[in-house]
Design a protein around this ligand. Structure first.
Ligand SMILES: [Zn+2]
Length: 291
């Protein structure tokens, strides 16, 4: 069945504009997954342990709950920092164990990592994750099916929409020289994301043997673009969800925290409804399936 991922929501009488603040608590995992195990890259990930308490204090001051995508690596390496996230009342969601993108794994490897990380989350929070975000936003052809098999409610790794969640599909067909074919819609809710709403490419300077990611953009300029995304959502849809993606070792730098605090203040004044991604996905699901 060819179904384009367009909004299928009922028009609501009362506008409701939801914001999900999401934090990928990678610490050193992403560097280790890329083979960057010398002291300085590792310390760059370690800075997440400085950033996280700053973020938790800010969220507490505003009375907001957020969603933390925490690799099993971080749970087992830095248990106290992860306990603090749980104590803050935030959602802990799945972000793999070792931060290896599923697109680089066999199905067996992917499922083993999925289970290992979910066990770590269950030990930390008392229950398995309902939400998943893939490392480096690169799903394999097996991921959606594995998430359904392991009881997940939502994924947050795809970019097919901006202000409305949609049903994740399996079996899309993309072949060179042939028209694209949409696969079958599943019950998994996709909470879409975008690199433009991720702190990492805006701020991080990364130099490897083959590439340079310049980053280091002025924090207030980035936050102005992020605020404009919310304004455009308000202008164009009556109901929507906007997701910001951040990393404690990135947004946790002082001048970025100041700009981020200003953004949150402005969004609250503009009427944003802040929710965990789990709650937003549930609301989206109710609208999609009972409308
Ligand atoms: Zn990550």
């Amino acid at each position: 069945m060819a179904v384009a991922p367009v909004s299928t929501f009922r028009e609501s009488k009362v506008p409701r504009h939801i914001v999900c603040l999401t934090f990928d608590f990678d610490t050193q995992s992403g560097f280790i997954a890329r083979g960057m195990t010398t002291p300085t890259p590792l310390s760059r990930g370690e800075f997440g342990l400085v950033g996280a308490p700053r973020i938790l204090a800010l969220l507490k001051a505003f009375g907001l709950r957020a969603t933390w995508f925490v690799p099993g690596f971080t749970i087992e390496s830095h248990p106290d920092a992860c306990e603090a996230v749980v104590e803050g009342g935030h959602e802990v969601a799945h972000h793999s164990w070792a931060h290896i993108p599923p697109a680089q794994q066999t199905r067996t490897e992917e499922e083993a990592d999925l289970i290992r990380a979910n066990e770590a989350i269950a030990r930390l929070t008392g229950c398995k994750a309902r939400g998943y975000r893939s490392p480096s936003w690169d799903l394999s052809e097996n991921t959606i099916e594995l998430l359904l098999a392991h009881g997940f409610r939502y994924d947050s790794s795809l970019m097919g929409a901006d202000y409305w969640p949609y049903r994740a599909r399996r079996g899309d067909q993309a072949e060179l020289g042939k028209p694209f074919r949409f696969g079958e819609q599943t019950s998994l809710i996709e909470m879409p994301i975008s690199w433009s709403l991720d702190d990492y490419p805006h701020f991080e300077f990364v130099r490897t043997a083959t590439t340079v990611l310049p980053g280091l953009q002025p924090a207030r300029a980035v936050m102005a673009s992020w605020r404009d995304e919310f304004r455009y959502m308000q202008k164009t849809v009556d109901w929507g969800v906007l997701t910001y993606t951040m990393h404690p070792y990135v947004i946790g730098r002082g001048y970025r925290m100041l700009a981020f605090e200003e953004l949150v203040t402005e969004l609250l004044a503009a009427g944003a409804v802040f929710m965990t991604m789990e709650d937003a996905a549930r609301e989206a699901s109710e609208r999609m399936f009972t409308g």
